[in-house]
Design a protein around this ligand. Structure first.
Ligand SMILES: C[S@@+](CC[C@H](N)C(=O)[O-])C[C@H]1O[C@@H](n2cnc3c(N)ncnc32)[C@H](O)[C@@H]1O
Length: 322
């Protein structure tokens, strides 16, 4: 289409969703090894390269308590808790927590019930995007670990739909425009992908006034410290990248957009790589494994992938200003 074409934009983008997969087809996360699951149970190859041999939930809890008064919190909502390992660790640390576990997948909610058996936990089978804002707002802390990339993403957006005055035939285009207009987001200059579901979830969380939010996900804006650049390559052009998985696609996250939404709603934010709290011990031996890209054994390959993820995944902590 010509940039000067004034006809209504009809087929401007495509919405990629994972809802049907999560509701009907998903029976195991075996195909997608999350950072959280990589550190479970004790003795995994991934744990052997950490400064502190601990599970993901333990490491995250200790990181969060530096910024959030976790000891005083009771009501926590975990969205998309997978196998429930993170919350198992949180409960072991803090018996005051009364979690609500919300998941779109019946099968994973059942797994969480097994992992958290005997604990005082509430359960909700639902799509987080459809959650009642009043229920969201009842929680002091909301955790979304490694799942916002599953939320709906608009792909191959013609950047010209952001132009003021162009006629919109596509309802999704109006939702896209809302975010660029309301939050003054940096505008891509070419065709792009947008984490619309993650942005709508963040906006919903902010509007509900939850005091503390933790988000962690694969980023499309990651950076690697200079000393590790010879060993770790990350893709970070700022455009959410498709990751094809069993039965569905997920997309890396443009966290700077979520950060802007949070800040405009009066939240302080803190952002960084998972490596801030899942700290790898960069020895000469590990550098040698990273340099060969884990070519020589399955466990070395796992380690390479895992260490790369610690820099490709970013977190965002949101704290409501009082
Ligand atoms: C990749 S898994 C991550 C699991 C776990 N948090 C971890 O880090 O291992 C994504 C999780 O998000 C859930 N999920 C995906 N989309 C969702 C939605 N719209 N609402 C609620 N849960 C969702 C999935 O069912 C699954 O439990």
């Amino acid at each position: 289409m010509d940039a000067r074409d004034s006809s209504p934009h009809t087929s401007l983008c495509r919405l990629s969703t994972t809802e049907a997969y999560h509701r009907q087809d998903l029976s195991s996360l075996g195909w997608e090894l999350t950072v959280c699951n990589s550190l479970y149970p004790a003795g995994t190859p991934a744990r052997s390269v950490l400064v502190r041999d601990a599970s993901y939930g333990e490491l995250l809890y200790d990181h969060l308590r530096r910024f959030i008064p976790l000891d005083r919190i009771t009501s926590v909502l975990e969205i998309g808790g997978g196998y429930g390992y993170l919350m198992k660790d949180f409960l072991a640390r803090n018996g005051r927590l009364r979690p609500l576990m919300l998941d779109i997948s019946p099968s994973l909610l059942e797994k969480q019930k097994e992992t958290l058996a005997g604990r005082d936990v509430f359960w909700l089978l639902a799509d987080a995007l459809e959650m009642d804002p009043a229920l969201l707002g009842r929680h002091e802390l909301v955790i979304l670990n490694e799942n916002l990339g599953d939320f709906p993403t608009v792909v191959d957006i013609d950047h010209r739909i952001l132009e003021d005055g162009s006629e919109l035939a596509d309802p999704v285009a109006g939702r896209i425009r809302h975010f660029f207009g309301a939050y003054d987001l940096e505008r891509p200059l070419a065709s792009f992908n947008l984490n619309l579901g993650a942005m709508e979830m963040t906006e919903k969380l902010c509007a509900s006034g939850v005091p503390f939010v933790f988000i962690g996900e694969h980023s499309c804006e990651a950076t690697v410290p200079p000393e590790l650049k010879p060993f770790i390559t990350v893709s970070s052009d700022g455009n959410p990248r498709r990751i094809a998985l069993k039965g569905h696609d997920e997309y890396t996250l443009r966290l700077s957009y979520l950060q802007r939404i949070a800040e405009r709603h009066g939240y302080r934010t803190l952002r960084g790589p998972f490596a801030d709290y899942v700290v790898p011990n960069i020895t000469e031996g590990l550098k040698a494994v990273l340099a060969t890209r884990g070519l020589y054994s399955d466990s070395e390959e796992v380690v390479c992938h895992f260490v790369g993820d610690l820099y490709e995944y970013e977190y965002l902590i949101m704290t409501k200003r009082v």
